[in-house]
Design a binder for this molecule. Structure first.
Ligand SMILES: Cc1cc2nc3c(=O)[nH]c(=O)nc-3n(C[C@H](O)[C@H](O)[C@H](O)COP(=O)(O)OP(=O)(O)OC[C@H]3O[C@@H](n4cnc5c(N)ncnc54)[C@H](O)[C@@H]3O)c2cc1C
Length: 367
């Protein structure tokens, strides 16, 4: 998010953009641990629009920014109950009305794309071949490199330890080494965004939630163009990772926290669901796993834009598992807000104010 914002600001000719990263390299937080999925299949118009805008940018990324290993193989959601089928019918109509080439298909049609699927308990599915996946670290490093070439100053090993606010405006950001005066400050600290906001006296309802992912050893029993498959109600998913298979699942009982170790008992639950959905996975061997953090809000929608307490403090965080796919548009929107331009997408409903005004409608297609 920070690299995309820095790039989009620099591309608009904004001078003196400084990106501060406390790790010794970029993409060591959520981004480097992400699965890289990019999809249009959301339940709200604003998320679908963020995907449409971001995918358009990702389609040009290799030419404009650099290689980031995109695979436009599609996303296939599998639905095992009537409630989800009805919800996905509604979502698909909304997605289609906005120009997304998504289709509702039968379980047998899903098997045409992935013959190894067990669809005995599946009622319906969706497929969208405008979806796919890319390499999140390559995107972050690509944006950062492009920003640097345009004059942005990218500092690693530089933790923000304080934000000086005076008269309702941020004056400066403090690091361990110095104080940097700033006309605008953008909090793009992902799972740590609430801590950075607190330094400016701003409360953000963003909590870290662990998600775990596993990779098999090379396993050649899946189709070369296998879509990302999401088994929606158990929140299990898989896709190819080179010659291997990447599998993951959301642990719905995971409490908020910064722990990122993977856990053997949860791995076994993921394998159990994997073998149920794709029986040939029984012959695969897990090579490794990792945990990473979602930056999660109560309604699973991001917070994009200004905050009421501090005039020149903006937030781009709380993406709740969609931050990689939405980072191109989020970067553009923040740059437009700072440059006083009309945002390409109206993201007023993603203001932090929604939490202060009462419950906001939640995004339903969350994994
Ligand atoms: C297992 C997993 C799978 C995922 N799959 C997908 C997916 O398929 N598709 C998708 O779109 N999204 C996915 N996500 C979510 C996605 O990874 C995140 O939404 C996205 O990477 C957030 O980017 P970010 O830049 O906001 O956060 P981060 O990448 O975490 O960057 C925030 C940075 O801020 C730095 N920082 C924190 N505090 C400070 C400080 N005080 N001073 C300086 N620097 C600081 C951190 O070191 C970090 O590098 C997944 C996440 C996980 C964990």
């Amino acid at each position: 998010m920070g690299a995309s914002i820095a790039y989009h600001l620099a591309a608009k000719g904004v001078k003196d953009v400084v990106l501060l990263e406390r790790e010794n390299a970029l993409a060591m937080g959520s981004t480097g641990r992400s699965v890289g999925g990019i999809r249009h299949q959301f339940s709200s118009a604003v998320n679908i629009r963020l995907s449409l805008g971001s995918v358009a940018k990702y389609k040009r990324f290799n030419d404009e920014i650099g290689p980031a290993d995109f695979h436009w193989v599609g996303y296939c959601f599998l639905l095992d109950n009537e409630g989800d089928v009805l919800a996905f019918q509604r979502n698909a109509s909304l997605q289609q009305s906005l120009g997304v080439p998504v289709e509702l298909i039968t379980p047998a049609q899903a098997q045409e794309f992935v013959p190894q699927l067990n669809v005995d308990d599946i009622l319906a599915a969706t497929i969208c071949f405008a979806d796919g996946f890319g390499d999140p670290s390559a995107v972050a490093l690509g944006y950062a490199g492009a920003a640097r070439r345009l004059g942005a100053d990218i500092r690693t090993n530089t933790a923000v330890i304080g934000v000086r606010v005076d008269g309702g405006r941020v004056k400066a950001v403090r690091t361990e080494r110095d104080e940097i005066e700033a006309e605008w400050v953008i909090d793009a600290a992902g799972p740590w965004a609430a801590a950075v906001a607190a330094m400016a006296g701003v409360e953000l309802p963003i909590v870290p939630l662990r998600r775990q992912v596993f990779i098999t050893e090379p396993f050649d029993l899946m189709p070369p163009m296998c879509p990302m498959v999401i088994d929606f109600s158990p929140s299990f998913y898989f896709r190819r990772e080179g010659p291997a298979l990447l599998i993951g699942m959301a642990d719905k009982s995971e409490p908020p926290g910064f722990q990122t170790q993977w856990d053997a008992s949860f791995r076994d639950k993921v394998i159990e669901q994997a073998i149920h959905r794709v029986p040939v996975i029984e012959s695969a061997r897990i090579a490794r796993g990792w945990g990473g953090l979602y930056d999660t809000t109560p309604d699973a929608n991001p917070i994009i834009g200004p905050v009421p307490e501090v005039e020149n403090f903006l937030v781009a965080a709380g993406f709740s598992g969609h931050g990689f796919m939405h980072s191109p548009m989020a970067g553009q929107l923040i740059a437009e807000m700072i440059c006083g331009e009309a945002p390409a997408i109206d993201v007023g409903e993603l203001s932090v104010l929604r939490f202060r005004a009462g419950q906001a409608p939640a995004e339903k297609n969350v994994i």
